[in-house]
Design a binder for this molecule. Structure first.
Ligand code: EPU
Length: 430
């Protein structure tokens, strides 16, 4: 397995450019299935999750061509096999977006139960409720989720029992070509939901209200190819913002939508950082001590759960006691054992972590237990004294593009120790 070897203690300085949003890309790539014709998608992040989705598209008969490092041409006209098997689906959660997209185009889909990070139980009951409400029959056999409808999908009124990013996206994908009006209530409002709706509309769909909790979708018969540029990654930007503050550095983070960062900006300011917003960039500087703070993660526009581990890493060295409550997932504090190896003092009781700040962290061998936990380990390693080795960095590379190069460009000292190649292929120049 690949490792990162990090010599801590450098103040991060300079500027980096954020890539395209992972959680938008992993919805937009399956969405290309809905249209016959050429889609040109720009600002695609160079991460392994994206590579796997391209592999799935190719296995289904699509053509996927890299135009440059961040632009890909996708033509799904000749897709004729609405099937995604275990071998690829087990790598990431978003593989289940092919269910909605394939159902929308072919009225049938079979996709293996998805993988992804483990934060306790990750049910898909709201996805199934939505598909059934549109008239599909859904069964789960031998680890495959099968959805089909004899005729066409019919628009429907769906109230989600929980706010779910995945269910909102999946049901939106299925309903854009359903007959009539679909109304999604208690929908998720994350920036990537809006980005997907904009992409679908650029392909001829009629989706209104994305970004609010009521989304209205008038089904259309035909969708066409389109050119589209994915929004910047809110979580990558936030990770660099926190790393800049933790290292007592001064970093300009470019290609950012500051509005998407408000909840993170606010908490970094309470922790003592100076955050300056520009039109499409943010500067984070921190010279004084880190102050303790209180955070509860919530669906957008609340503080994102995907920034919770990185914030915990920062607060391990605050001057006082902080409390973080996880409001989205049942079990997202598994990584604190790894922080404890570096001298952090974090007590977890269910969904609440109490972080008593220590004077400093000390290098230790640690593991990335999942994607954002891995980002937290990176931040901890950057501020720790000595040389930290992080194992299982494939989790980090699922969602952060060129992460070693980007941190090293800011003065960090990170080496990636190579290990045998995985079976995951990225398209030629991605
Ligand atoms: N839930 C249900 N039933 C469902 C679906 C979800 O009860 O049918 C519950 C979940 O158990 C959870 C809550 O609803 O308690 C929210 O889950 P959601 O469906 O919103 O999460 P997701 O779509 O599986 C996406 C991101 C995650 C991010 C969450 C929350 C993608 C591919 N993944 O997951 O991102 O944590 O939304 O914002 O978009 C990451 O990028 O590191 C990551 C894990």
């Amino acid at each position: 397995m690949e490792k990162f070897v990090i010599n801590g203690g450098t103040k991060l300085k300079g500027s980096i450019t954020v890539g395209g949003a992972k959680n938008a890309a992993v919805a937009i790539i399956p969405a290309t299935i809905l249209a016959k014709g050429l889609c040109v998608v720009e600002n695609i992040p160079n991460i392994s999750d994206v590579g796997i989705l391209f592999k799935m598209l190719k296995e289904m008969g699509a053509s996927v061509k890299s135009i440059n490092k961040t632009t890909v041409e996708i033509d799904t006209t000749s897709v004729n096999n609405p099937f995604v098997g275990y071998e690829l689906a087990r790598h990431l959660r978003a593989s289940y977006y092919f269910l909605g997209a394939l159902l929308g185009r072919f009225n049938r889909a079979s996709v293996s139960m998805p993988g992804g990070c483990h934060f306790g139980v990750r049910p898909i009951d709201q996805h199934i409720k939505g598909f059934e409400s549109l008239g599909a029959t859904v069964t789960i056999d031998h680890g495959m989720i099968n959805a089909r409808t004899k005729k066409t999908l019919l628009g429907s009124h769906i109230y989600f029992d929980v706010v779910s990013v995945g269910a909102t996206i999946n049901v939106m994908l299925a309903s854009v070509r359903a007959k009539g009006l679909t109304v999604l209530e208690n929908a998720a409002k994350e920036p990537h939901i809006v980005d997907l709706a904009n992409f679908l509309n650029s392909m001829g769909a009629d989706v209104r209200g994305a970004g609010t909790d009521v989304i209205k979708i008038h089904g259309v018969d035909i969708m066409h190819g389109a050119s589209y540029s994915i929004i910047p990654d809110q979580i990558e930007a936030g990770t660099f913002m926190i790393a800049a503050a933790a290292s007592k550095g001064n970093v300009l983070i470019k290609n950012v939508i500051p509005k998407h960062m408000e909840s993170v900006t606010n908490k970094l300011e309470s922790a003592g950082a100076k955050v300056t917003e520009y039109d499409d960039s943010i500067r984070v500087e921190c010279t004084g001590p880190i102050s303790p703070t209180t955070i509860k993660t919530m669906p957008h526009p609340g503080f994102p759960t995907d920034m919770q581990p990185q914030m915990t890493a920062l607060l391990t060295v605050a001057e006082g006691t902080s409390v973080i409550t996880e409001g989205v997932w049942d079990n997202r504090f598994r990584y604190v054992d790894e922080l404890a190896r570096m001298g952090a003092n974090v007590q977890v009781d269910g969904k609440v972590a109490v972080i008593t700040g220590v004077k400093g962290l000390k290098a230790a061998p640690v593991k990335a237990t999942d994607l954002r936990a891995g980002a937290a380990m990176l931040i901890a390693a950057l501020i720790a004294k000595g040389t930290t080795e992080i194992e299982d960095v494939f989790h980090i590379e699922r969602g952060y593009e060129d992460v070693v190069a980007k941190f090293n460009a800011l003065g960090a000292n990170i080496k990636r120790v190579e290990a045998p190649k995985t079976d995951i292929e990225m398209p030629a120049s991605l």
